[in-house]
Design a protein. Sequence first.
Length: 76
Amino acid sequence: EFEPFFPALEGRLGGKRVALFGSYGWGDGQWMRDWKARADGANANVYQDEGLMINEAPDEEGLAKCRAFGAGFAKD
């Protein structure tokens, strides 16, 4: 769903910190590896190097990971 917006931002990511995150319901998360490669190609500084992926809707453990990820990104 974010794909239409990403190309408009891609050229402005150089040197900026970005947090990649999302959920998926099928496959193995290849979409995140693709987004990471595109962010790297744009010279962005990707937080936690690989972003955060959650399969389906997050359970309590997933929610804890999301909160920690967001808090860590905001803190750094």
